[in-house]
Design a protein around this ligand. Structure first.
Ligand code: C2E
Ligand code: CA
Ligand code: CA
Ligand code: CA
Length: 278
């Protein structure tokens, strides 16, 4: 590279060249992933904390890369967001999740909720509400069986978000605040946004057996949610002792490795075939 000053040479190390090439390759691969059908959803059960009954699943994206194998969202969602590919990917996720949920109902499973993660890039697109509406119409899924998980960051543009959420609510879908407590946003939106549930981030659940501060945060979130008429879901529950504690705090739903890791649709079907009505 030609330099404008000698500092410039310091910036472009061979390492960075290497990683920007890698990034470019990953970006090209990600564009192809959609075309070549390499994206898959895995589903993680959410169960009632009191009865143990299966209430729903969260759809979690995976990428079956042709040479690198299974890639987890933490490794590519950021790139999808940076490149805008998340919009197409996000649409695929919503329709795939709704189709799958409807298919399970047709197969004879009791209707359950399907939670889908929305990235803020998706949320701040004017086309979101119309897209969701179309998918619900095309799949015939009952709107109340779709939960859209948004994050506190979507409260940043308060008026805009309120407007979008009201429209989504009018469609009949459920809204959940994901990773609750992890952001830095004020709690003001809780009064105004039409939301149904809060998800306690796994970083708070992880240490509730040994850290009193986490215990107090988790208890406070549950009390806050219930006082506002919202349901609470704890994620990242790995141990029986965590479950017992969360039961004693009256947390409504549990999601975590204790019950199940995220699993493919096929695994879901073989594991839960006993729930089929015929
Ligand atoms: P998240 O929405 O907070 O999802 C929960 C994450 O915690 C998932 O990781 C899940 O596999 C993991 N998890 C669940 N139970 C346990 C547990 O007991 N222990 C531990 N250690 N982990 C547990 P995953 O699937 O790797 O997804 C990571 C993040 O990627 C998600 O965090 C979500 O923010 C994002 N993501 C996943 N799928 C999508 C998608 O379709 N669209 C968008 N925009 N983001 C997605
Ligand atoms: Ca989530
Ligand atoms: Ca999330
Ligand atoms: Ca989380």
């Amino acid at each position: 590279a030609k330099s404008q000053g000698k500092n410039r040479y310091v910036v472009y190390t061979s390492d960075m060249y290497h990683s920007s090439m890698e990034k470019l390759k990953l970006e090209t691969d990600l564009r192809n992933a959609l075309i070549h059908d390499e994206l898959v959803l895995h589903y993680q059960p959410q169960v009632c904390n009191h009865s143990g009954e299966l209430l729903g699943v969260e759809a979690l994206l995976r990428w079956n890369h042709p040479t690198m194998g299974m890639i987890y969202p933490d490794k590519f969602i950021w790139l999808a967001e940076e490149t805008g590919l998340i919009v197409e990917i996000g649409k695929w996720v919503i329709s795939e999740a709704c189709m799958q949920n409807k298919k399970w109902q047709k197969d004879g499973y009791k209707p359950m909720k399907m939670s889908v993660n929305l990235s803020s890039e998706q949320f701040f697109r004017a086309s979101l509400v119309g897209f969701v509406k179309n998918v619900l119409q095309e799949t015939g899924l009952a709107p109340s069986n779709l939960v859209l998980e948004i994050t506190e960051s979507m409260a940043m543009d308060f008026e805009y978000s309120l407007n979008v959420l009201r429209k989504l609510k009018r469609l009949g879908v459920c809204i959940s605040i994901d990773d609750f407590g992890k952001g830095y946003s004020s709690l003001n939106y809780l009064k105004k946004f039409p939301i149904d549930s809060l998800k306690i981030d796994k970083s708070f659940v992880r240490d509730i057996l040994k850290d009193d501060d986490d215990v107090n945060i988790v208890k406070a979130i549950i009390t806050l949610a219930h006082n506002l008429g919202l349901r609470v879901i704890a994620e990242g529950v790995e141990r029986k002792e965590q479950l017992e504690l969360l039961k004693s705090y009256d947390c409504d739903e549990i999601q975590g490795y204790l019950f199940s890791k995220p699993i493919s649709a096929e695994t879901f079907e073989s594991r839960y075939s006993s729930l089929l009505s015929d």
